[in-house]
Design a protein around this ligand. Sequence first.
Ligand code: PGA
Length: 243
Amino acid sequence: MSGIKMITLETPEDVGRLAADIFELEIHAKPTCVLGLATGSTPLPLYRQLVARNKAGRIDFSRVRTFNLDEYEGLAPDHEQSYRRFMQENLFDHINIRPENTHVPDGLASDPQAMFAEYERQISECGGIDLQLLGIGHDGHIGFNEPGDFFPPLTHDVVLTEQTRQANKRFFQSIDEVPLRAYTMGVGTVMAARKIVILITGKDKADILRRAFSEPVTPHVPASALQFHHDVTLICDRAAAGI
Ligand code: PGA
């Protein structure tokens, strides 16, 4: 498996704890660090750890800056299923981060192209992403970079695959309410991060874990691009590792 460091632990909670150790070290080493953050079920144990460690005085987020990977197109920041709201409810509202230091693509942008350029500019202005957190979709997406014929370089808009909409419908009343499109950092934006931590848990991710990291790199499995990054730590549970 390429140069990726793969660590297999017993449970999703163990995965969250080790990921939190990595975040804690990063923030201690660089209190002004820039974090790339992800939504979904997989990072929840990590976010619970970060909240607990902030409350215990172990991690200070007062100078940390964050950029989220993606957002649904057309959802307001306070929409129940928006990723901005997910981040507020699962992390930002419970830690001492400054609201102006948190960034999530604007699902309601009137000029999406200008918003994409501004998002990239803000990341650069902060000095680039120091530590990027990722999950993986069943189709191999990272952020909302869906399988395709090339690796999208920068923040852009995407049409969600049927598989992704089906996987995410559990959060909505019905499949019809799941947005058709989203905004996401590009694979290039992700690859520019200095360090990447990808969390993969559950038996249903075993097949895509193997395809992304043990088979040749292809944009039809966007996460496979990570094989070309020099500092990726993949933390998974035994179920995702297939053991
Ligand atoms: P999940 O989502 O953590 O809810 O499985 C991951 C993803 O779609 O990137």
